[in-house]
Design a protein around this ligand. Structure first.
Ligand code: NI
Length: 253
């Protein structure tokens, strides 16, 4: 059985001590594709470097709303330059985060829109980070259509957001958050048709149960897949295969 972890951060410093060994281990344990996601200029460059060193890894580049202080002078020019590389499969993670930052909403929106424009110029999809900002996120996507669509990463368990995202043609990616006790994941996962479903770890963060709080890695995507299988009434093999094919499709791998 092979799994595609659609969102990981092997560019995170939490892997500095054992990155190469861990990357080998995840591949050997059946995670045969993953996308290393950038969130500022430096981390996007690192994501691309790691992807180039590992044949089964791909990368994204972008400036997240939580890295907005990085948005200076030529940051976006650098992102656009990185974005042209063949190993870059999407622009992201980009979006809005009103949970961590409520005081700079207009700046966040402007940065999001400018990076949607980059995605359209390089003809790649986007990876969306949205937290406590569902209405504004959907409004921006309606006003600034993304040619290649994209993914709601670590999708918040918000049924309205999922419905609107699906209407716009986006994929919905679930992470360890669906395994948490009290998560109310069933109605949200049920809403997503099989051809729009993705799974991810968002590692090193968001370890699924029973590893919550520990450093996460792509092997735990199997626990996310198992939860999806339980809710959808499918086998683990079926979820692995469907989500693998979906990820290949949206990232054009
Ligand atoms: Ni992430």
């Amino acid at each position: 059985m092979e799994f595609f972890d659609s969102h990981s951060h092997y560019n995170d410093e939490k892997y500095d001590t054992d990155r190469n060994e861990l990357i080998k281990a995840i591949y050997n344990e059946g995670i045969t594709k993953t996308v290393c996601v950038g969130y500022n200029v430096e981390k996007s460059q690192e994501a691309l470097k790691i992807a180039k060193e590992n044949h089964f890894m791909f990368a994204t580049c972008g400036i997240s709303p939580n890295d907005i202080e990085e948005y200076v002078d030529n940051s976006l020019e650098k992102i656009e330059e990185i974005a042209k590389d063949g190993k870059i499969v999407a622009i992201g993670e980009i979006g809005l985060d009103y949970y961590w930052n409520k005081d700079n909403k207009e700046e966040q929106k402007e940065l999001f829109i400018k990076q949607i424009e980059i995605a359209n110029r390089v003809n790649k999809p986007i990876v969306i980070h949205t937290r406590d900002a569902a209405v504004d996120t959907i409004e921006i996507l309606k006003e600034h259509p993304v040619n290649k669509k994209g993914i709601f990463h670590c999708c918040p368990l918000n049924q309205e957001l999922i419905k609107e995202g699906l209407k716009l043609g986006f994929y919905i990616s679930f992470s360890g958050n669906i395994t948490f006790k009290n998560a109310k994941s069933e109605p949200c996962v049920s809403l997503v048709p099989l051809d729009k479903l993705l799974i991810e770890t968002d590692c090193p963060y968001l370890s699924p149960e029973p590893y919550r709080g520990k450093r996460n890695d792509s092997r735990n995507v199997k626990l996310v897949a198992a939860k999806v299988a339980e809710i959808k009434g499918l086998s683990l093999e079926e979820v692995a295969k469907i989500t693998y094919e979906n990820a290949n499709k949206i990232f054009e791998i």
